[in-house]
Design a protein around this ligand. Structure first.
Ligand SMILES: [Zn+2]
Length: 143
């Protein structure tokens, strides 16, 4: 939501995940204490954060604090499903691909070039803005 390049690792081979993190300069977010004990992590070659809470909101706040992230870094510019930068689409380009009510009331659309999911500023978008505002208030309180 904030626009940070994020990869969800779905394999079960930790070495592969660590290798990707190293190659792509990624920070590992994990609940696995074994990964935190790896030499590449303890030696500081790869940065990893052990996520403490079970609650997704608390997890997000921990990551924001640890990496000094800005919730409004570059909001809604990356596909929530596949982490690809979104492309702007004109109204004629989305006709017939979004609900009629949406088409009649919205002028701006974004599309993921990979999964072709369409995004627009609807009620779900509003709810996400509120979440980002909440995270933003939290980060300011911590300064
Ligand atoms: Zn996508």
């Amino acid at each position: 939501m904030s626009g940070y390049d994020t990869l969800f690792f779905q394999g079960d081979d930790d070495s592969q995940m660590i290798s990707i993190a190293g190659d792509e300069g990624r920070v590992i977010l994990t609940r696995d204490t074994q990964i935190m004990r790896r030499r590449v992590v303890t030696g500081g070659k790869i940065k990893a954060i052990l996520i403490r809470s079970d609650d997704s909101e608390r997890q997000m706040l921990q990551v924001i604090d640890a990496l000094h992230l800005s919730p409004f870094f570059n909001p809604f510019t990356i596909c929530l499903e596949c982490n690809q930068p979104l492309t702007e689409r004109s109204k004629p380009q989305v006709e017939g691909r979004v609900p009629t009510y949406v088409f009649q009331t919205r002028d701006q659309y974004m599309e993921c070039p990979h999964c072709h999911r369409l995004y627009w500023r609807g009620t779900h978008w509003q709810a996400m803005i509120e979440r980002l505002n909440k995270f933003s208030r939290h980060s300011r309180e911590r300064l």
